[in-house]
Ligand binder design. Sequence first.
Ligand code: FAD
Length: 288
Amino acid sequence: MRHDIYDLAILGCGPAGLSAAINATIRNKKVIVIGAELCSPPLHKAQKIDNYLGFPAIKGEDLLDRFMQHAQSMDIEITSNKAGAINEDAGKFSILVGDEIIQSRSIVIATGIPYKPTLPQEEEFLGRGLGYCATCDGPIYRGKDVLLIGHSSEAEPEADFMAEICAKVYYLPLYKDYGAIDSRVEIITSRPAEIIGEDFVEGLKLSDGKTIKVEGLFVLGGETAPDRLIPGLEIEDKHIKVNRRQETNLAGVYAAGDCTGTPYQVAKSVGEGQIAGLNASNYVSGKK
Ligand SMILES: Cc1cc2nc3c(=O)[nH]c(=O)nc-3n(C[C@H](O)[C@H](O)[C@H](O)COP(=O)(O)OP(=O)(O)OC[C@H]3O[C@@H](n4cnc5c(N)ncnc54)[C@H](O)[C@@H]3O)c2cc1C
């Protein structure tokens, strides 16, 4: 059951996010974990973890199962959609998750290793024809040609939506087995190579050498840089800058795990998640 407003919204269901969630739940806080279809791809890939205390020689996948079971035993809500844009107004955060808005009094960012752009010139064209949420920016592209790059099937409804309002929609899936997409959408099977344009996006060059001319380009479902999720977030050496209380430069926003810096390790993530969960709980209690 969704609450009108949560005390903590935790972005990411890896070790850091789940640790923050169980610690805040023990503090009797209303918690939601904004997750993903697969929680913690890195831990899932780890063949053998030898350095997590109490679990010698455990497969990453099995350790992740234990973490998930722990969270489920405490009835912690976990969404299977990632967080999109976040806005703050008078101490309340509104988070776009799929087509839903979730509200919270504090945020813990636990989104894993720093953001890797999908296209080399993403930074350069961001806001100049390139975006991360087609349903949010859609009206700007009404009657125009757009191309959407999807990292997972979660992006398909955005292509369907754009087909309703755009002159021409191209969809380039970066995964196998895409589903039933609106028949007006043209599927592109080549890889993206580079963005074409001077000041604004004018098209996308593909790996087969062809260029598709479009005015709007969307990268959907990839890792979104945390400072793009929450404007004004301070980044240092590609990681979210935090103090020893896991506080960021923004009031009510905490960060934990790989996203705050090396070593990229489970124990560090779990420890920082605990500190973030407890301090976010104190922050919310102080405000109530
Ligand atoms: C092959 C391999 C072997 C490893 N071996 C070890 C080892 O032996 N020992 C060890 O300690 N560590 C090991 N690690 C590292 C360990 O897996 C990571 O340090 C740990 O998973 C980090 O946890 P985290 O919670 O910070 O991030 P992650 O586990 O990466 O979880 C972050 C989650 O946030 C999600 N996310 C991203 N953006 C959003 C968003 N906008 N909204 C919601 N969710 C979002 C991601 O999809 C992901 O599910 C290994 C990693 C790899 C890849």
